[in-house]
Design a binder for this molecule. Sequence first.
Ligand SMILES: Nc1ncnc2c1ncn2[C@@H]1O[C@H](COP(=O)(O)OP(=O)(O)O)[C@@H](O)[C@H]1O
Ligand SMILES: [Mg+2]
Length: 146
Amino acid sequence: MMNYTTTTEKETKSLGEKLGKDLNLGEIVILQGDLGSGKTTFTKGMAKGLGITEIITSPTFSLMNIYEYGENSLIHIDTYRLENERDLLDIGIEDYLGKPNTITIIEWPEKIKNLLNKKMVTEITITHKNKNEREITASRKVYTLT
Ligand SMILES: Nc1ncnc2c1ncn2[C@@H]1O[C@H](COP(=O)(O)OP(=O)(O)O)[C@@H](O)[C@H]1O
Ligand SMILES: [Mg+2]
């Protein structure tokens, strides 16, 4: 378990970038935290760490954004507006989740518990402490239905 505190958006991006450099292909990263805690900001950093130069935008309405880099893809999912898991299955999430040339980053993973159950994930939790202060923890675990 790793524990960090950031006090600016830029710091959260840098931390994401650092962790992004250590990601292995096939990894599933789940981002937990309230609205406005910094999940998308952190994702932008991770994408940079992977070497992606494209501008990362929030998939709040698109559900899933795909960024190709080299032979690989970064899948960025935000389930905030998802009504049920079926909608993600319909747009092909299973073609990507945990596949060897793909990294998947998921905001609001609790909405797709069944799809993640028993999968190995890197869990990032962002806690909104203050206006600009965020506590960020990272750990690796097997996701289990609760
Ligand atoms: N330390 C910090 N880390 C990340 N974001 C911060 C921080 N301090 C303030 N912010 C602000 O909080 C907001 C985070 O937004 P965003 O990343 O879209 O959150 P989420 O995706 O969790 O809803 C941004 O407006 C950002 O400028
Ligand atoms: Mg977001």
